[in-house]
Design a protein around this ligand. Structure first.
Ligand code: A2P
Length: 317
């Protein structure tokens, strides 16, 4: 498996199993199948509501002799309601307890958005805390403490625009090493990718297949389909592979990690095999220009009327 190298020589396998939207009752088998198939990277978050089941599958795989803990890369994230410095380690400990792990390989701030403690999703503007009330620097001090205490080997962010990443890199005692963001041919985000890579921050591509299994509440009727896009189909035919594999291979060829979600055993295997798909520079350019830009997870749920957050705060223009 191709890997990304970290400052202390740790290696992160570039294909990980995504677990967002993986239903309780399904995610256990998905993770176990993935580990048996050869995945060594699982991407999790407490807000996905399934970490305890993911943890049971990891433990079963270790018990069955499929792998040792040290051979596995586990990423999880800090939810928005635990951005106060004192809340970071307790939230991480809950995740570790659910995952049945002593440490995370990578711990990310899930969004640059703070909510009051106990609020999973905001009902109204009163549920938010502004970044003046809880600055990212305060949350980051909690993330650094997680490294100091040996609870996380690496720390980073998710859904951060370039300016925010730069600011954090300049100010941090322990530098962020990852920004996990939405990346696919309808949202290549060249400037963000190059900008992060240029300052030593790796990227992980989420929603690489277009996340068509999102709930209808955060899905638009007229959104484009990556999996049915004729240009990507054409490359798949040329390379004698599936459309999903082209999308995953495209992410790998850009030097980003990628976390396709599947709970289907056949597709879990198919996605890992994307590492064998070679794309030429011409294929890469052809895929990268399909346009127009489209963001499937646009974060508009944080920018409700009266919220201290706006879409312009969230994303690079
Ligand atoms: P399933 O879990 O039934 O395999 P994303 O990773 O962008 O969030 O996309 C996940 C969606 O894509 C899920 O609906 C998942 O369904 C589906 N999916 C995963 N792998 C493939 C694949 N290789 N081909 C087509 N669809 C896939």
């Amino acid at each position: 498996m191709k890997t990304l190298s970290f400052n202390n020589d740790d290696e992160m396998p570039m294909i990980g199993l995504g677990t967002w939207k993986s239903q309780p009752g399904e995610v256990h088998d998905a993770v176990l199948t993935a580990l048996k198939t050869g995945y060594r990277h699982i991407d999790c978050a407490p807000i996905y509501g399934n970490e305890a089941e993911v943890g049971q599958a990891i433990q079963q795989a270790i018990r069955d002799g499929v792998l040792k803990r040290e051979a596995l890369w586990v990423t999880s994230k800090l939810w928005n309601d635990a951005h106060r410095q004192a809340d970071v380690i307790p939230a991480l400990k809950k995740t570790l307890s659910d995952l049945q792990l002593d440490y995370l390989d990578l711990f990310l701030i899930h969004w640059p958005v703070a909510l009051k403690q106990g609020v999973m999703f905001p009902d109204g503007p009163d549920d938010f805390l502004s970044l003046e009330e809880v600055p990212v620097s305060e949350t980051w001090a909690g993330m650094e403490a997680a490294v100091d205490e040996g609870l996380a080997r690496h720390i980073g962010v998710s859904n951060f625009k370039l300016e925010r990443v730069r600011q954090l890199v300049e100010q941090a005692r322990i530098k962020p090493e990852m920004n996990q963001v939405e990346l696919h041919p309808h949202l290549p985000q060249e400037r963000l990718v190059k900008g992060c890579q240029g300052i030593g921050v790796h990227l992980t591509a989420y929603s690489p297949l277009g996340s068509k299994d999102r709930s209808s509440a955060i899905k638009k009727a007229d959104e484009p389909s990556l999996l049915e896009h004729p240009a990507i189909r054409r490359v798949a035919e040329k390379r004698n592979c599936t459309v999903g594999q082209v999308l995953i291979s495209w992410a790998l060829h850009r030097g980003t990690a990628v976390i396709p979600k599947s709970t289907n055993a056949g597709r879990i295997q198919e996605n890992l095999k994307s590492v064998e798909v070679e794309l030429s520079l011409e294929d890469m350019q052809y895929i990268g220009q399909i346009g127009p830009d489209y963001r499937f997870v646009d974060g508009s749920f944080w920018a409700m009327d009266g919220s201290p957050y706006s879409m312009a705060d969230l994303w690079d223009r």
